[in-house]
Design a protein around this ligand. Sequence first.
Ligand code: NZQ
Ligand code: ZN
Length: 393
Amino acid sequence: MDNFTFYSPTQFVFGKGTENESGAYVKKFGGSKVLIHYGSGSVVRSGLLDRVKKSLEAEGIAYVELGGVQPNPRDTLIYKGIELCRKENVDFILAVGGGSVIDSAKGIAVGVDYEGDFWDFYEKKLGVTKALPIGTVLTIAAAGSEGSGASVVTKEDGMLKRDVGSDLLRPKFSILNPELTFTLPAYQTACGATDIMAHVFERYFTNTEEVECTDRLCEALLLTMVKETPRVIENPENYGARANIMWAGTVAHNDIVGVGRSQDWNSHNIEHELSGLYDCAHGAGLAVIMPAWMEFVYKHDVNRFVQMATRVFGCELDEANPENTAKAGIKAFRQFLHDIGMPINFAELGAKEEDIPLLVEKHGVGDGLTWGFVRLSAKDIAEIYRIAAKATL
Ligand code: NZQ
Ligand code: ZN
């Protein structure tokens, strides 16, 4: 195991009715004028937004609102949010929604006190040194942004999807009420489940040795998702299963299962070009890319793939030919994704094989190599897109 420091300062407030404590938590963390940020309307329709406002009013906290965050959140709304916060002297941002809303809130948070263009942080021109505090009321278990220091935003001009990371972007508090996820359509639930599993796999596939503790934690999360996802698709109001998925989603990405080990993130970066170009759901893009990436890299460490196959997907170990077991594990993962309603190839996702050169160019690896479990060249990335394009069960 490698040396590490781990910092996860977010206060998680979990359970039924906890959104009614939003106001008290904003107060606790020093907010006096709040920007309530939300998406395209699900929180209005469900009545959640009204409950959150009431909770702020009960604590005497003033607020302004900015809705309209799209999935794959855009820079254009973030500029509006920054202006609004400056004009209204906002000192706390409350994101009510999913990963897109939270990431948009983080974009506003880094931009308010920065004189230049907030996009500079996403282009890695400089690191984050200051950000407005944010809190979240989560409505979908997926991105893990409620516990992470990351934000992923799409620049409308050119549809470039880029990320920024800093501990300063970790929310002060996150309210996690599994009941708020009952209204999710099955497709969004499955996209979220896929993203959660991908967050674990990006950490699971490591070159670091002697990481049994985090391996086992990763496997616990994966097994939870394999068990609980079909249960919530069958019955969207299964509180117990929703609760397990919600906590798994947070733990999968606040990095507690990734510490002390090298990580990958190639599937995420390869996927981001798909959701950037086609505006598809991030989880759906991952369902197409991640098994293809696995097929491309498994020979790098067959034993690790055998471990996944046997411990997570219950495959029989073929002692004479462990490669068969590794391949069976990848096949089982793709089958699982198909069974929960995810696309498994370009046609099902709505992506086009002829766009592969463009996708590779947008990825931006150039003549170099990526970092990760297996370092990839532009040619490798093109091959992964090709495997993904043609995948079958
Ligand atoms: O906008 P509304 O009307 O709220 O509808 C949303 C949206 O259409 C809907 N939804 C959310 N909660 C709902 C609901 N519908 C009914 N009932 C509810 N309770 O679901 C749709 C998707 O929402 P979105 O926020 O886009 O989903 P998700 O949480 O999957 O976020 C995806 C974004 O997060 C980024 C992705 O790239 C993508 O842009 N990621 C962020 C990460 C991070 N910050 O750490 C890491 C991830 O790897 C990921 O890249
Ligand atoms: Zn993700």
